[in-house]
Design a protein around this ligand. Structure first.
Ligand SMILES: Cc1cc2nc3c(=O)[nH]c(=O)nc-3n(C[C@H](O)[C@H](O)[C@H](O)COP(=O)(O)OP(=O)(O)OC[C@H]3O[C@@H](n4cnc5c(N)ncnc54)[C@H](O)[C@@H]3O)c2cc1C
Length: 216
């Protein structure tokens, strides 16, 4: 049976989900609050489990062209820079887990996933305000006063999810004591000579520095 499925949010999750649901024969539509896609985010890394899923979506070959496999995953002490742990990456890690560990900019991953979507799947400039159950379906109410009907609603609207807030109530993040600083860009001097991927972490304040660098 083909269902009309409304997905709120055209981030990485919403786009990947819509692609899969459409392949299963459902009428998946994404409603995204932004008026256009922008190049937002930072460098991200994906382990073999994630790249296996991306291979299933048919996008891994494209990602190999725009991302890179770090040759080494390094952990260093925050204050001395001494290497505390090193895991070989690149070919060795790919052979071990059957799929690559990859680094790339989030916007490049988003663009590669977006290219999989059939035209008309995403409706931009549609901000969900609330939803209501209507019999076996759901009515979506948008902030501009428009409405849509669907058989099912999926919230993929990120960390400040409107869908989740209405479904299970307001929630606040719980601070775990860890802070992660991400850098991406061009590096000079010692940093440029370092391995492709570097972590400096486990200091008294539990700060991590992730440094992704292209090797080519
Ligand atoms: C600095 C940083 C580094 C990260 N590094 C990594 C990493 O190395 N590896 C990794 O796997 N992950 C990483 N992550 C996490 C990863 O980026 C997120 O888990 C992922 O982007 C979440 O995707 P999503 O689709 O759930 O949400 P999002 O990408 O946040 O997308 C949500 C979408 O919903 C839209 N939206 C929100 N509310 C509404 C509404 N009411 N109506 C309509 N649309 C709405 C938003 O505009 C947005 O487009 C990192 C995150 C950050 C911030």
């Amino acid at each position: 049976m083909s269902a009309r499925i409304a997905i709120i949010g055209a981030g990485l999750g919403g786009i990947a989900l819509a692609t899969l649901l459409r392949r299963m024969g459902h009428q998946a539509t994404i409603y995204e609050q932004a008026g256009q896609f922008a190049r937002v985010g930072a460098g991200i890394q994906m382990g073999a489990n994630a790249t296996k899923a991306l291979r299933g979506l048919g996008v891994l070959d494209r990602l190999r062209q725009i991302g890179f496999r770090p040759e080494s995953l390094l952990n260093r002490d925050h204050d001395t820079g001494a290497v505390s742990n090193e895991l070989p990456g690149g070919e060795a890690l790919e052979l071990r887990y059957g799929s690559p560990h990859m680094c790339l900019h989030r916007a490049d991953l988003h663009g590669a996933l977006e290219a999989l979507l059939e035209p008309g799947t995403v409706q931009l400039g549609r901000k969900l305000a609330r939803y209501e159950q209507a019999g076996a379906g759901v009515v979506l109410h948008f902030s501009d006063g428009t409405r849509e009907m669907a058989d099912a609603l999926i919230g993929a609207d990120g960390v400040h999810s409107t869908v989740r807030a209405q479904m299970i109530g307001p929630d606040l993040p719980r601070f775990t004591g860890r802070v992660s600083h991400h850098l991406s860009g061009k590096f000079a001097g010692r940093a440029a000579q370092s391995v492709a991927h570097q972590m400096v972490g486990a200091g008294p304040a539990h700060r991590d520095l992730l440094h992704h660098r292209r090797t080519r």
